[in-house]
Design a protein around this ligand. Structure first.
Ligand code: HEM
Length: 142
């Protein structure tokens, strides 16, 4: 059991790294796309979509491994402090953002200018939510 808990925690932390890399790389690639030669701009779209997909995969892994930790290490949700509820609220907001982002990307790909303009703001909100979730996790468990 001890080894299982350690391996799930390892997966949880690797997923935090994965989510962080996607969240921090996306704005960098977006800035490169904005200042790129107009002919090259479309080439950046698949890179940004791949990074967004990586972020979504990390979020699914975080939720699954997080639930695994609650089950194996803490024996359920009872006794977890208020910071854990803050963390879960932030995770819910992240999941809602990830779902909205799927639709926004579709609209952007179909040429919706408002959706294209919204992408930068959405990625800033996502990065802020991830950083806040990590802070809430540290206050919850330390
Ligand atoms: C974006 C989503 C998430 C992020 C960024 C995240 C981040 C983290 C981080 C950084 C830690 C280490 C904190 C520390 O040891 O001080 C941690 C631990 C933990 N997380 Fe998450 N987490 C996420 C989602 C979840 C979810 C959805 C759950 C449960 C449903 C969960 C349950 C846990 C548990 C139980 C631990 C404690 C591990 C231990 O006792 O060593 N996490 N998380």
């Amino acid at each position: 059991m001890e080894l299982t808990v350690k391996l799930i925690l390892w997966l949880h932390l690797v997923s935090v790294a994965l989510a962080g890399s996607a969240a921090f790389a996306l704005p960098v690639v977006r800035r490169m796309a904005v200042s790129a030669d107009p002919a090259l701009k479309p080439a950046y779209m698949p890179i940004m979509n791949k990074l967004a997909a990586l972020g979504r995969m990390a979020l699914v892994l975080l939720i699954l491994s997080g639930l695994g930790l609650i089950w194996t290490k803490y024996g359920g949700f009872k006794g977890l402090n208020g910071w854990f509820h803050v963390k879960m609220t932030l995770v819910t907001l992240l999941a809602a953002l990830a779902i909205f982002n799927i639709y926004n990307t579709r609209w952007a790909m179909a040429g919706d200018e408002a959706a294209v303009a919204r992408r930068s703001m959405l990625s800033k909100i996502g990065t802020s939510l991830i950083m806040a979730t990590i802070l809430a996790a540290v206050f919850t468990f330390n």
